[in-house]
Each structure stands twice: as C-alpha cells, then as structure tokens.
Design a protein around this ligand. Structure first.
Ligand SMILES: NC(=O)c1ccc[n+]([C@@H]2O[C@H](COP(=O)([O-])OP(=O)(O)OC[C@H]3O[C@@H](n4cnc5c(N)ncnc54)[C@H](O)[C@@H]3O)[C@@H](O)[C@H]2O)c1
Length: 484
C-alpha cells in the first residue's frame, strides 16, 4: 500500500521538496507498513513558507469577506465531493476506521470551511457614539501570519479548524501537521488552490517539534494555535509569550463523566463508549474517569461488557470495522504501560487489557473497575482505549472528585433529573460539557478547555475573536482644546 504525496511540503500553491530534511516515515498502523517517506522542513523550507505567507497576506485581507468566504465554501464543497478518497487517506495515516473517518474527519473540516466561509462576509467593527458629535469606530483587522500545529488524532479536522477562521478573518495560515500523520493536510492545501485560493494563503510544511518551535519563535508570525499535549503546550505558550503573540491552546484532558443512578443505563453506556473508545480512545476530550453511582454500578459494568463484545476490531479500511489500531507502536506501548500500572495499583480489570496479536498496533478496548482517585490511571491522560470506572455515593462528593485535576477540557453528566444536570454542569471546571451525551463537537459551538487544558476557543463565532483584533479610532467632530 502506498500513499506517497508528490512532495513533503505545499508552499505558495505548489509541492516543494528538500531532501536535506530529516526523514519522516509514514506508517499504516494496521499493518506497520511504511506507506510514504517525507522530509522534515529545513530552515530554507521554513523561510519559504513564511515569506510566501507574508507576501500573500495583504492582498488576501484586502479582498471582501464575501470573496474570501466564497473560496472557503468552494473548498468545503470539493472536500465533500472527495470525502471517500480523503477518508481512505485519513484511515491510512491514522489507522482510524473508515467507518469513522468517512463521517467525522474530512466532513468536519468541510463544516469549518463552510461555517467560517459563511461568517467571513459579516465580520465588522462597531460604531460607538460619544458626546458632542464625536464618535469611535472599531476596525476588525487580521493578525497577519497564523501558525497552526497539529496533533495526530484528527489531522484533517485540526488543519481546517485552524485554517478556516484564520483565513476568514484575512490572515494567512501555515500548518505543521504532526510528524505521525502528515498526509491529509497536503490534500487540504491542494484543494484550497483548486477552490481559487491565492497562492501562499495556506501553506503546509512537515516536521518534528523543532520545526514547530522555529515557526513559533519567528518574529514574523503573529499567532500560534497548537493542538497537542499539556507539556508541549507549556513550551509553545512560553515561546509565544516571549514574542507577545496571540495563542490558542487545545491541549490534553482527563475528563470526568458522571452517571447518576436515575440515568438510563443503556444511554450512559453509549456515552461511555463514545467518550472512551471512539478513535481507539485517542480523543482529547474523552471522559476517561467514569464515576458511576453505587446503586447502578454492577448493572452499568455488565451492560458495558456486553456492548464491548460487539466492537468489530479489524482492518480499518473495511467499513464494517468499528475499532482500529493505535496510531503508532510508541503510543501502543505507552498505553500498555498504563494498563500494567492499573493492574499493579489494584484496579480490577473488567474488560480487555491485552494487545491483539499481529503486525498492527491493536489493543483491546479496556475497562478498569474499582478505580480510586489516587491511581495513576485516574490521574494521567492515557490517550488510548482505557476507561476507568470509579464509584461514588452522592453529588457533593463526586463534584469535588471530578474537579480535582489540573485538566479542564470536558465533562459530562448522565441523569434524568434536569435540575441536577444543569447544576452539575455549572459546577464543572471544564470548557466543554455534555448532558446525557458525550463528545458532540459541532462547528457552531465553541470548543476548548479550562485550567491546564487550554486557552481560547475553536469553532463558532468565538474563534473570530482569536483570529482578529480590534483597532479603535476616536473621531472628534467637536472643538479640540488643550491646556496651553
Ligand atoms: N484539546 C484539543 O482540541 C486536542 C485535540 C487533539 C489532541 N489533543 C492532545 O494532543 C495530545 C496528543 O497529540 P500529540 O502526541 O501529537 O501531541 P504532542 O504535544 O506530542 O505534539 C503536538 C504537536 O506539537 C509539535 N511540537 C512538539 N514539540 C514542539 C515544540 N517545542 N514547539 C512547537 N511544536 C512542537 C509536534 O510536532 C506536534 O505537531 C494529547 O495530549 C491530546 O489530548 C488535544
């Protein structure tokens, strides 16, 4: 199986290569096969990307929002037309089942391009009346060159969630995908040109962390948006602060999901499956600490095990497969270590817990019961298919325990008592909350984290504030006096 792109980078409307850059092997996680070989960006490539992005910015911003929006919406349409091919590529790159990529990856990217394309024509400043005829107006201006740095779990979606609002606001965008999943962002860049985008407004360059760091520290870059882990976020945020750059940080989590004993058990089990095993558990907002009220704990665990037996584990390109491999051997080993820690620290293995034999990086969906708050598996982000089930007695106790974490990305509650549901979400220290559902992330709704899980919001109108700034203009029509 080969998925070799024309070249590693896409700059100024064309594929570009520089074989002097460190090699990047792209591996199909289901088989371990190398499907493409790319090169990390050299300083010369980084320079080309920034120069082209800077050169394109003023003319792009000078277009009307409606014109910019039309191009983004055309790109969305092309992505939808090619959803099958793009989804196959995403599956090869990430190992996620086609059953998922065909509905949640390219389509989610297209949603962002369509939504922000639609908003672009309506972006305005405001008029503020002052006494004696004076007034203030604000101009909503682009920031300049915006850098996006991606994680490997949703490569197309992350590229589009960062590029679409940036471009809608008149910025240009440089995207560095994760070195683990570099393929699909190149396709997005190709499609932008096909949709009529001027060369240079969306450049993609590959590379390891050092390429990301070079982009973040370049004084010509105005804004950095990172999707990645908290440790990387701390480094990138600090480097951006040095240059007083705007940032959006979409980082990791260890989110709680609380199931009260009046909840519909089957729906709660569905929520727990969606919030732990979609994308083989490689989702930042996953509700990996599932607090189940004591009265329904055994019923919940029994139903969960029955439902997990129904997971179809296999070739992710087969549309029947519902559970694929981990993205890489390294990530599989990290998760295996956590599973061992869970056993050592006394959690009860209720389901799975083993690697599946073969060349691919497959793990079983895994559930630990009788987990306590101090266990490593209940404190650290695992980023794999490992659910921790914890017991609780009452609401006050579970709220304190749910919030006792440095993370604050997401949180969910399952209950049939609506008053309690709203009280509980108001008490969650998290940016994105769910009632009787888990992990829905439509483009119309803000998405992001509190506490160590992030800064800023992606999607929705809220993202506009993070990709533009207001210039204030005071206009005096009254007499102007001075003390001397
Ligand atoms: N909140 C969200 O929206 C969201 C979404 C997906 C994933 N994530 C998080 O991402 C993590 C998994 O992804 P990962 O392993 O690719 O994360 P990571 O932090 O290892 O890498 C993220 C990106 O940062 C780059 N990078 C690494 N060091 C850098 C540096 N010093 N300067 C600039 N860039 C640097 C990497 O090359 C990669 O492209 C998990 O913690 C997950 O929760 C968050």
């Amino acid at each position: 199986m080969r998925a070799q792109p024309q070249a590693s980078h896409f700059i100024n409307g064309a594929y570009v290569e520089d074989t002097a850059g460190a090699e990047i092997d792209v591996i199909f996680p289901a088989t371990g096969e190398v499907i493409a070989k790319l090169h990390s960006a050299t300083p010369a490539i980084i320079e080309q990307a920034i120069t082209s992005s800077l050169a394109a910015q003023a003319d792009w911003e000078a277009m009307t929002g409606t014109e910019r929006g039309r191009i983004l919406r055309r790109a969305a349409d092309i992505i939808r037309e090619r959803n099958h091919d793009l989804s196959v590529l995403e599956t090869l790159d990430t190992g996620k089942p086609y059953q998922e990529t065909s509905v949640a990856d390219a389509t989610s990217g297209a949603d962002a391009l369509e939504y922000f394309g639609g908003l672009a024509g309506s972006l305005t400043g405001e008029h503020i009346q002052m006494p004696d005829g004076d007034f203030v107006y604000t101009r909503r201006e682009a920031l300049g060159v915006c850098v996006g740095i991606g994680a490997w779990n949703y490569p197309t979606q992350i590229a589009c969630w960062k590029a679409a609002p940036a471009l809608a606001c008149g910025n240009t965008s440089i995207f560095k995908p994760s070195e683990t999943t570099p393929l699909s962002a190149l396709k997005v860049a190709e499609i932008m040109i096909e949709a009529g985008a001027p060369a240079g407004i969306f450049n993609v360059i590959q590379g390891y962390g050092d390429v990301g760091a070079a982009l973040v520290t370049d004084p010509r870059v105005a804004k950095v948006s990172l999707t990645g882990s908290v440790p990387t976020g701390r480094k990138v945020y600090a480097a951006a602060a040095e240059g007083m750059k705007h940032v959006t940080m979409e980082l990791g989590g260890k989110s709680p999901m609380i199931v009260f004993d009046d909840a519909d058990v089957d729906k709660a089990v569905s929520g727990a499956i969606l919030g732990n095993f979609y994308s083989s558990g490689q989702v930042c907002s996953n509700g990996t600490r599932v607090f189940v009220q004591k009265g329904i704990k055994e019923a919940f665990l029994k139903r969960l095990s029955e439902r997990l037996e129904g997971a179809v584990i296999g070739d992710p390109l087969d549309p029947e497969t519902s559970f694929g491999p981990m993205v890489s051997e390294g990530q599989m080993n990290i998760v295996m270590n956590y599973i061992e820690k869970g056993k050592e620290e006394g959690a009860r293995l209720a389901f799975g817990g083993a690697r599946i034999d073969g060349d691919g990086f497959y793990l079983q969906p895994t559930v630990f019961a009788d987990v306590t708050d101090d266990m490593t598996i209940a404190r650290e982000e695992i980023f794999g298919p490992v659910m921790s089930v914890l017991d609780f007695e009452d609401e006050d106790e579970v709220m304190a325990r749910a919030n006792d974490t440095e993370f604050g990305l997401a949180a969910g509650v399952f209950t049939n008592d609506l008053t309690r549901a709203h009280r509980v979400v108001a008490g969650f220290e998290a940016g994105t909350c769910f009632i009787n559902t888990y992990n829905d992330a439509p483009v119309e709704a803000p998405f992001g984290g509190s506490k160590a899980s992030g800064v800023g919001r992606e999607n929705s109108k809220a993202a506009i504030e993070h990709y533009s700034e207001l210039k204030t203009v005071y206009v005096r029509l009254s007499d102007l006096e001075a003390p001397f």
